[in-house]
Design a protein around this ligand. Sequence first.
Ligand SMILES: NC(=O)c1ccc[n+]([C@@H]2O[C@H](COP(=O)([O-])OP(=O)(O)OC[C@H]3O[C@@H](n4cnc5c(N)ncnc54)[C@H](O)[C@@H]3O)[C@@H](O)[C@H]2O)c1
Ligand SMILES: [Zn+2]
Length: 648
Amino acid sequence: MTYENYLKKVETLKKWAHAYYVEDNPVATDEEYDRLYHEVLDYETEHPDKALADSPTRRVGGVVRDEFNKAKHIKRMWSMEDVFTKEEVQEWLERIEKNVGKCEYFCEPKFDGASMNLLYDDGKLLRAITRGDGVIGEEVTDNVRTIRSVPLAIDYKGLIEIRGEVVIRKDDFEAINEERLEEGETPFANPRNAAAGSLRQLDSSITAKRRLVFYPWGLGENTLDQTKLSEKMAFIYAQGFLRPPYHRECNTLEEIEEFYRFLISKRDEIPMMMDGMVIKVDEVEKQEELGYTVKFPKWMCAYKFPAIEKVTQIRDITLQVGRTGVITPVAEIEPVNIEGAVVSRATLHNFDEIERKDIRIGDHVIIIRSGDVIPKIIKVLTDRRTGKEIPVERPTHCPTCGSELLDEGALIKCQNLECPDRVVNSIIHFARKSCMNIDGLGSKIVEQLVKEGKIHDILDLYSLKYEDLSDLEGFKEKKINNLLNAIAETKGAPLHRLINAMGIEHIGEVASKALALEFGLGIVDATFEQIVAIDGIGEEMANSLLEFMRVNREKVLKLFEVVQPTVEEKVEAADNPFKGKTVVLTGTMSESRGKIKEMLEALGAKVSGSVSKKTDFVIYGEEAGSKLTKAQSLGVVTLKEEEMREML
Ligand SMILES: NC(=O)c1ccc[n+]([C@@H]2O[C@H](COP(=O)([O-])OP(=O)(O)OC[C@H]3O[C@@H](n4cnc5c(N)ncnc54)[C@H](O)[C@@H]3O)[C@@H](O)[C@H]2O)c1
Ligand SMILES: [Zn+2]
């Protein structure tokens, strides 16, 4: 790298750091920042004489904004060295142990939030200060007072600086962004920026609404006499602070690596955003011996997780027609590898979203993919535009059948019932496991059957014969017989499955059950008043059902005739504590959850898959995860499986 190149890179790094630390509005991904940072650092290591004194590698975080009062930390706050691979951890450990001998390491999650210093004296919270440049930060005491997990008073009476991370839960972050979009504000790029932005509010009632959470991870000024950091932290938790969900004492590289893998496996489940694991030398004396660089302590490091956010470019925006006719725009992106999976498309939900976010073809965007969640575009990097980007227009005609589209604002629909995409997708839905469960009728085969003109709608499945299939490519005797048998086996299926399988907009599994019980085969003639009278069914669902029956009445009656669904009897459950209650099951139980679900439904309970404020009980078994944590944070009653059984 030339010196000019180095200077340029430092400039970019500074620009990115300013956007991130000061504006809470990053214009690059962490991965890009880290890469550039290490390039700059490598140059500086090779040419120490040429390194700029104000290079981002030599200073902590951001600057202090003028809107806030400045306040000095008693003890300095630091940044942290980062390592990315097991080899780098090994080198780090070797460096440590060469200096101070064998160590114990205290490992815990690295939550991605805003760094905070809380000063207590005589048992009272005096001041809360952001990290700022490490020496001076912004005083945000009024805002921090609104955080419920920050005790305003503690038992310990000495002067003490308690440091930790102010974070925002991932689901709260999503909710805030929804609201911001509705109000025409720019959404936060990630939970870290949302937490930092929420702390830097001049009006603390805004901070109060954001439901921030504080997790302590260390100390500044203090006179505690425990000799290990882990013991000091145990003392801090006992003062009424939150304890992070996991931490572990490790002695070897292997133990560190194992805990690292474990935390990665919990990444989706833990409600807070984690971007790595922190490794700290546990003995305070050894920490002091190791000391500090200009920027970070030599006794701790962040073992970063693989990035889940990447920068990519939108090549095109294509349209998909779903089974209900709704047109979904899809971003076709330059393929990127995220946690081992190649991502080349991201759904854009609808055109309002494209317009709100001003997404254009050719744009650079930040995309996130975490666990099984569908990849999502979280930010358009408008400062990388060249002027060649092309805005997307709302479609007026169906890309598949060419018929005119109905534009309802958020939703744009193809109304042609015979539109090939609608037909294919509704048959795929019909065959799904949770619907009629037709083995061997996957999306490829449905497409083939429709394309070859073998079927035109769901009913046609039931008149398929051996001869119809024998001339198709890839269909041998066994495959044909298996498929025909699987179709035949759906006859006599419970009515609620058949209703669910018809794919009526807004009517899912739970509603289908309620409708089947209430109306039986009379569902075709149900009236608006009768439908909305059912608990849990609203006007939107009722209208959707009525519209579906208006258009498809004859087909539905024929389907009933062919399938002969089993109509469940409506039996009133005897009185019991779960009757009429909404229940969520989680964790490993003594029997399969399906069995327990059936039992509870027979008792008149509604068993739902996700926890909300409306949930009455969360019943949990072994190794319960995020649903249990969520219930606890929402104040929903939680019961062990045994407790539930005792109540019966
Ligand atoms: N996207 C961008 O444009 C951009 C710009 C600047 C910085 N960044 C990102 O910020 C990071 C560098 O920032 P930094 O120097 O503030 O370091 P850092 O945020 O990676 O690490 C230091 C901070 O970690 C926090 N932390 C969380 N859990 C902790 C624990 N258990 N123990 C101790 N500390 C804990 C503390 O607040 C501490 O201040 C990089 O990862 C970089 O990717 C991104
Ligand atoms: Zn169409």
